[in-house]
Design a protein around this ligand. Sequence first.
Ligand code: NAD
Length: 273
Amino acid sequence: MLTITLNDGRTIPQLGLGVFKTPPEETERVVSEALELGYRHIDTAAIYRNEEGVGRAIAASGIPRDELWITTKLWQDHQGGDKPFAAMDESLGKLGLDYVDLYLIHWPAPKTNKFVESWKSLGVIRDRGLAKSIGVSNFQVPHLQRLLDETDVVPAVNQVELHPYFQEREIVTFARQHGINIESWGPLGQGKYPLLELPEITAAAEAHGKSPAQVVIRWHLQHDFIVFPKSARRERLRENFEVFDFELNAEQMGAIDALERGHRVSSDPNEVD
Ligand code: NAD
């Protein structure tokens, strides 16, 4: 399995499973199937309301805790004051874990201006061992700059919407200059754009005997992005994990790079409160 070493020295499996919109009642089944297929990295969030299902699948798997990477996220209504500590405890309780591998501020919510204060709390959460690594999500360059200027902890990752139609190059460049790894969310464009039908992608898929989704996942991996496509279907969980036996060449990577359109599938982080 491919891994990436973060700026705190910890090693994260580069490919995982995301469970945004995975229904709570299906989550245990989906995560159990993923773990059986070899996934070791699960990306959830308090707001997904399925941390319990993730926790049940982990407990049932019998996989040693230190072989798993579990990420969850702090929702905006728990930013500021003591709220991040209560939110961390609640997530750990639902997951049935003593610690998570990665705890993220889900959105900066800049209008409420609590993200710097909340980031300092995540530093304390890390010092207490409740989250082994800490990071942020949906942070734009000015938000990252404030953390660098006003605190002494550099996020291990910034998890942002990123796919061939929306490549966030300014954020990627800035983050990498400061040792922050990029996690791509919505890596397949959430199925909202016909990404998987574009000729640049289907041509590469045909050339390698792979599916378009596998080509797009491979594109993320070869750009050193951490990626966790979502599916609730066993055959797609398998497909999305069978991406370690081929490599896109420079021409195929370049053709997909050229698909950048500045098209978000989701909200502008400056507008989310
Ligand atoms: P995604 O790009 O992973 O798209 C998932 C959709 O793609 C599926 O619902 C399905 O329609 C389609 N799909 C999946 N596998 C396929 C295959 N093999 N062939 C064809 N179609 C396929 O979108 P996502 O779920 O939004 O993103 C992945 C993860 O990122 C989430 O589950 C979540 O963990 C995380 N995320 C984080 C944020 C954030 O604000 N931090 C926001 C959204 C998602």
